[in-house]
Design a protein around this ligand. Structure first.
Ligand code: HEM
Length: 496
C-alpha cells in the first residue's frame, strides 16, 4: 500500500467530502478575484480627487465632502464624453458620460441595480432603508394609484392649504409681516401637506405624527453619516447606542403605534380614502404583512418625498426673489389658469405653463445631488464601444454639471425663466428625477405639489428678501448633496 493510499484511508468520510469542496470554493473564489482584478485594471479610468489607496479612505472621503462641487466640475470639464473615477463620501464611483445612458437604462435590475446602490450607499440595513429590497409596493403605489388619483390628491391638498399656511405663518394671519427661515418654514409646510397624501386624515394633523416623520428624515441620514466613519465590523455593535440610532428606533415605535391605531380606527369607521397608506394596505394581504413592515415603508416614502420637495420649493422661492420682474407675469399665468378651470384643481395646475417653466428652470440649475443615475453593477457589463464595467462598481452620471452645460442647454448656468415653455420637450440630460425604469416614481405628485405650493404662495403672499438683499444666496454643497442656503430668511406679508 502506497503512502498516498494510506493517507487517504486514514481520513474520515467527512474530511474526504470537505476537502474537494473547499478546493472547488477556493478555486472559484480565486478565479473571481483574478477576473475582477483584471477587469478593474483593464478599466483604465482616470482619477479625480484623492486616491484612497494612497491617502487612505477617510481622508479621501473627507476631501470629497469638502470639495465635491469643484471636483465634479473639473471631472465634467475634463471627461464629459468618457469616464472617470472618484472617491465620494460613500463609495468610489465610476462617473460615466451621459451618452451611455440610453444603453445603460435598458439593462435589468439584476445587472444594474438602483435599489442595491441606495441601500449600500446609505447603510440601509441599520436605518430601515433596506425595506426597498424586500418589496416593490412602495414604488408601485406611487407609480399606479398616486398617478391615477392625482386629481383627488390635489383636491385634498387644496382643502388643507389655508390651514397649513395659517399654522406655519401665524404672524401673517394676524396682519403682521414677518421674517422666517425659508428652509425650515417651507420644510414644515411641505411636511404637513405631504402627510395628507401619505397617511391622510386625521393623522396628517397630529403633531406627534408630523414631528416623528420629520425627525425620521433627519435621523436616517445622520445615522448613515455617523456609521460610515466607523470600521465595518464595529458598526452593528455601535449603531443601537448612537443618538440617531436611538432616535430612529423611538421614532419607529411611535410611528408604528400611531399607524396601528389609525388602521384599527379606520376599519371601524369604514369609508373610502385617498392616501398612500391605504393603497399600501390594499396591496398586501392583511396577514401577509405586519404593521412593522408597513411602518417602514411609509417612513421610507416620507423620507424620499419630504426634503427633496421642500428643497425644490425653497430654490424656486429664491429665484422668484432674485428675479422679481417675473412675479407679476407668473401671477397672471396663475389667475388665467384658475379662471379657465374655475378654481384650484389639477387641470388648473396643468394650465400654469409659465410657472411650470420657471420651476423647471430653477430645478435645472439646482439639482438635488451632484451625481445622478446612481447604480451598482451586479454582473459585469460590456457596452457597445467595448467598455467593460466590472461587477461591484458603483456608477453615476454627472447630472448637475450636464444640466449647466451650454452645449446641452443654450443658457448654460444662466437662469432663463421661459426656457422650458419655449422648448416644450424633455431630453435625456434632464436627470432631475433620475432616469430609466427606476426614475422617481413620485415625480408627478412632486411636480404638482411644488407647483401648487408656489402658486398658492405667489397668489396669497408678498414674499421678499430682507431689506437690501437682491441676489440669490449661494447653495451649500455638502458631500454630493446640493442644498439651498439653510440660513436665508424671507419676509412674508399676506396679500388681501
Ligand atoms: C423634488 C422632489 C423629488 C425629487 C427631486 C426626487 C428625486 C428622486 C430620484 C433622483 C430618485 C432616484 C431615481 C433614480 O435613481 O433614477 C427618487 C426615488 C424615489 N422617489 Fe423621488 N423625488 C422627489 C419627490 C418624491 C415624492 C413626492 C415621492 C413620493 C410621493 C417620491 C418617491 C420616491 C421613491 C419611493 C423612490 C425610490 C424608488 C425605489 O425604491 O427605487 N419622490 N426620487
Amino acid at each position: 500500500m502506497g503512502l498516498t493510499e494510506l493517507f487517504i484511508r486514514s481520513l474520515s468520510p467527512w474530511t474526504l467530502t470537505t476537502i474537494p469542496l473547499v478546493f472547488v470554493v477556493v478555486l472559484a473564489s480565486t478565479h473571481t478575484v483574478i477576473r475582477l482584478y483584471d477587469e478593474h485594471i483593464r478599466l483604465r479610468a482616470p482619477r479625480v480627487g484623492k486616491n484612497p489607496w494612497i491617502w487612505g479612505l477617510w481622508r479621501s472621503r473627507a476631501y470629497f465632502a469638502r470639495n465635491s462641487k469643484d471636483l465634479t466640475h473639473y471631472g465634467y470639464d475634463a471627461y464629459k464624453d468618457s469616464i472617470y473615477r472618484i472617491q465620494t463620501g460613500d463609495m468610489e464611483r465610476l462617473v460615466v458620460a451621459n451618452s451611455y445612458l440610453n444603453e445603460l437604462r435598458k439593462l435589468p435590475d439584476t445587472r444594474l441595480s438602483s435599489k442595491v446602490a441606495v441601500v449600500e450607499r446609505n447603510l440601509g440595513w441599520y436605518n430601515g432603508v433596506d425595506i426597498i429590497l424586500k418589496s416593490t409596493s412602495h414604488v408601485d403605489v406611487c407609480r399606479v394609484q398616486l398617478v391615477q388619483n392625482l386629481g383627488r390628491v390635489v383636491d385634498g391638498l387644496v382643502a388643507e392649504l389655508d390651514n397649513v399656511f395659517r399654522l406655519e405663518l401665524t404672524a401673517c394671519f394676524e396682519d403682521r409681516a414677518d421674517f422666517y427661515n425659508a428652509s425650515k418654514t417651507i420644510l414644515h409646510i411641505v411636511n404637513r401637506s405631504i402627510a395628507k397624501t401619505i397617511v391622510g386624515e386625521p393623522l396628517c394633523d397630529r403633531d406627534e405624527w408630523l414631528s416623528t416623520s420629520l425627525k425620521t428624515t433627519v435621523n436616517t441620514g445622520m445615522l448613515t453619516d455617523r456609521l460610515r466613519k466607523l470600521p465595518v465590523l464595529v458598526r452593528p455593535l455601535v449603531s443601537p447606542y448612537t443618538a440617531s440610532g436611538k432616535a430612529l428606533k423611538e421614532g419607529l415605535e411611535v410611528a408604528r403605534r400611531l399607524l396601528s391605531e389609525e388602521i384599527t380606527e379606520n376599519r371601524r369607521r369604514g369609508g373610502e380614502r385617498t392616501d398612500i397608506l391605504q393603497w399600501l394596505i390594499d396591496r398586501h394581504d392583511a396577514d401577509d404583512v405586519g404593521i412593522q413592515f408597513l411602518t417602514n415603508q411609509v417612513l421610507f416614502i416620507t423620507t424620499a418625498a419630504t426634503r427633496s420637495t421642500a428643497a425644490s420649493i425653497v430654490h424656486t422661492t429664491f429665484d422668484l426673489l432674485a428675479y422679481p420682474q417675473y412675479q407679476n407675469i407668473l401671477r397672471h399665468d396663475i389667475e388665467d389658469a384658475l379662471m379657465r378651470s374655475g378654481g384650484w384643481s389639477l387641470e388648473a395646475l396643468h394650465g400654469m405653463e409659465r410657472l411650470d417653466s420657471f420651476i423647471k428652470e430653477s430645478q435645472r440649475l439646482n439639482h438635488h445631488p451632484l451625481l445622478s443615475f446612481n447604480r451598482k453593477v451586479q454582473s459585469s457589463i460590456t457596452l457597445k464601444d467595448g467598455l467593460t464595467i466590472p461587477a461591484g462598481t458603483f456608477i453615476s452620471v454627472p447630472s448637475y454639471w450636464a444640466a449647466r452645460d451650454p452645449d446641452i442647454h443654450l443658457n448654460g448656468s444662466e437662469f432663463h425663466p421661459w426656457y422650458w415653455f419655449d422648448l416644450r420637450s424633455t431630453s435625456p440630460t434632464n436627470l432631475y428625477w433620475g432616469y430609466g425604469r427606476n426614475e422617481c416614481p413620485g415625480r408627478f405628485m412632486a411636480a404638482v405639489e411644488i407647483k401648487l405650493l408656489v402658486a398658492w404662495m405667489l397668489r396669497n403672499f408678498d414674499v421678499t428678501f430682507p431689506p437690501g438683499q437682491t441676489g440669490r444666496p449661494e447653495n451649500l454643497f455638502v458631500d454630493e448633496r446640493v442644498r439651498p442656503c439653510p440660513t436665508q430668511e424671507v419676509g412674508f406679508r399676506r396679500l388681501r
